[in-house]
Design a protein around this ligand. Structure first.
Ligand code: NAP
Length: 536
């Protein structure tokens, strides 16, 4: 008998998102003997790495540590080829994991969750997909990713552009050839920086439209040798444990010295060492770049000098100099990014003053000047952290809408649960270290916390867990308080939601560091899920 599309499928848990969080969540919950389904709008697994296929897309965390640690055979057998993994390799890894652990049968692709409504009566979530498919599940887990919902600014005339138009976060599957084309890229964040370096090599002419100059540190990506892979693998457990004890869960920790405790000359030597190590480790050269403006200025000036050394045209060089707090926005990693602007086929246009006035069928207008374009690339980022959650119509107890509960910014307890939305968990969402940390260990910590919690509830026949309002308020207040002591509020970053017009300006990730956060999560469990109401 053909299945009625509208008939409800009953599950123990429904997971939204088949990225690294959703896949591991499925693995853990299936291990508990639960019936689980993962739904994802994409046609494949990998989450953000499925969508972000733009030229040059690459992770800024060392590949050997941007990987799962839960399975020893997996980490020993998988071979990464480069220091920083490129998007195709990460996607291959995601597909390998899905096959290796036989996850495919429980993953339903091309299925977008449209709504999730909680039924107080039977303490179950009713989830509907955009195509009208319905699920009933005791637990609903949002593994929706922090950087999955593309931010496409509402530029006047955008739909009338006659050439090809791309967003870095929704790149086509087939290779895009820019040979002989006049290409415009809007945006110079991490995605723009990576795409610009590659498109410049192909395009007849590349015009970069920059609103805010970024700090771009040299990545020093390179192939990984067999010897260094073996060396890491021989001590993987110890190295991973050491990484987890650092603030961000990365493979390096901050040098515990103030930049102001040393002479300017010595500070420069330290910064040069950090620079030579490559990547985000640069900001770990000293311990107070996030706290002291004076210390921060030293790091800023160091990078500005690098730009001054490289860029030949004085006007372009001036435009490329960033002047905000370094590290306030996510540091970008480049491979000869600034050298790109010495190419004769690349020009830089500032839209800081006039903005993108409009897009015409044949180009982009700013400052009253039209720049003719065949292709337009939007590297304009994401509606980060909450974008993928808020596009689902989520209603908790008594029909309360999550968007109402989060109207002034996301409010939850430990970044895991929101008061009034029982049995609904968020993986690496706002209120947790998430994007300020290495996502893989962070995902593992959250998934393990949630699966332990579900096992606990089931062992005790508890049918409902909910965050208590006072615990939630205290957590939000604590998060805001520690964020306010840093320099993070000083710029318009996506961490604050400042890149999306109308989004509440709240520092979304938890900035207390991974060790403190993990300790808190563990202490809550040890105290019998303190701050949560368990009802059976
Ligand atoms: P992003 O950092 O938010 O950068 C978006 C860029 O678009 C910014 O330069 C922004 O300018 C510009 N922009 C946005 N709206 C605009 C408008 N209306 N007019 C003109 N310019 C506009 O986004 P992203 O580059 O996609 O990166 C987001 C995050 O994804 C990164 O911070 C990182 O965490 C992650 N990511 C990581 C990697 C990696 O691992 N290497 C690669 C890509 C992305 P303003 O700065 O003035 O707002």
């Amino acid at each position: 008998m053909a299945e009625d599309k509208k008939s409800e499928q009953t599950l123990d848990a429904l997971i939204v998102g088949a990225g690294f969080a959703g896949m591991y969540m499925l693995y853990k919950l299936r291990g508990l003997g639960l019936s689980v389904r993962v739904v994802d709008a994409a046609s494949g697994v990998g989450g953000t790495w499925y969508w972000n296929r733009y030229p040059g897309a690459r992770c800024d965390v060392d590949s050997m540590f941007y990987s799962y640690s839960f399975d020893e055979a997996l980490e020993q057998q998988w071979e990464w080829t480069e220091r920083y993994p490129a998007q195709p390799e990460i996607l291959e890894y995601a597909n390998h994991v899905a096959g290796r652990f036989d996850l495919w049968p429980d993953i339903q692709l091309e299925t977008r969750a449209a709504s999730a409504h909680y039924d107080d009566g039977d303490a179950r979530w009713r989830i509907e997909t955009e195509s009208g498919e319905a699920f009933s599940a005791q637990f609903c887990i949002l593994a929706t990713g922090c950087l999955s919902s593309a931010n496409k600014p509402d530029f006047e005339g955008l739909d009338d552009f006659a050439g090809r138009q791309f967003h870095t976060g929704h790149w086509p599957h087939e290779p895009v050839d820019f040979t002989g084309r006049r290409v415009g890229v809007i945006g110079t964040g991490s995605s723009g920086v990576q795409a610009i370096q590659e498109i410049a090599k192909q395009a007849e002419h590349l015009t970069v439209f920059q609103r805010t100059a970024s700090y771009v540190v040299e990545a020093f990506n390179r192939p990984l040798t067999t010897e260094e892979q073996l060396e890491t693998k021989a001590q993987y457990a110890e190295l991973r444990a050491a990484a987890k004890s650092t603030f961000g869960g990365f493979s390096m920790s901050a040098n515990d010295v103030s930049a102001l405790s040393v002479s300017e000359e010595e500070c420069r030597r330290g910064l040069q060492e950090g620079w030579d190590n490559g990547g985000i480790a640069f900001l770990a050269s000293y311990n107070d770049f996030g706290l002291s403006e004076e210390a921060n200025l030293r790091a800023q000036e160091f990078v500005r000098d690098k730009i001054r050394e490289v860029v030949k045209d004085p006007e372009t060089m001036e435009k490329l100099l960033p002047h905000h707090i370094i590290g306030c926005k996510r540091l970008c990693l480049g491979t000869h990014y600034y050298e790109t602007y010495n190419r004769p086929n690349v020009s830089l246009v500032s839209v800081a003053e006039n903005g993108v006035e409009r897009i015409t069928p044949t180009g982009l207008v700013t400052g009253g000047v039209e720049y003719p374009l065949d292709d337009l690339v939007l590297a304009t980022g994401f509606d980060a952290m909450t974008g993928s959650i808020s596009r689902i119509d989520i209603r908790g107890r008594a029909g309360m809408e999550l968007k109402t509960a989060w109207a002034a910014g996301p409010r939850n307890y430990l970044g895991l649960m929101t008061n009034g939305f029982p049995n609904l968990f968020t993986i690496t969402g706002p209120g947790s270290p998430s994007v300020l940390s290495n996502m893989m260990p962070t995902i593992e910590q959250h998934v393990e916390w949630v699966s332990d919690c579900i096992a606990y509830l089931r062992d005790r026949n508890v049918r409902e867990i909910d965050a208590k309002l006072d615990a939630q308020d205290a957590w939000v207040e604590h998060g805001n308080e520690i964020a306010s002591k840093t320099l993070r509020y000083s710029c318009s970053s996506w961490y604050l939601g400042a890149n999306v017009p109308g989004k509440p300006r709240v520092f979304m990730p938890y900035i207390g560091g991974m060790p403190a956060y993990r300790e808190k999560c563990d202490a809550v469990v040890a105290a019998g899920y303190e701050g949560f109401a368990l009802t059976g």
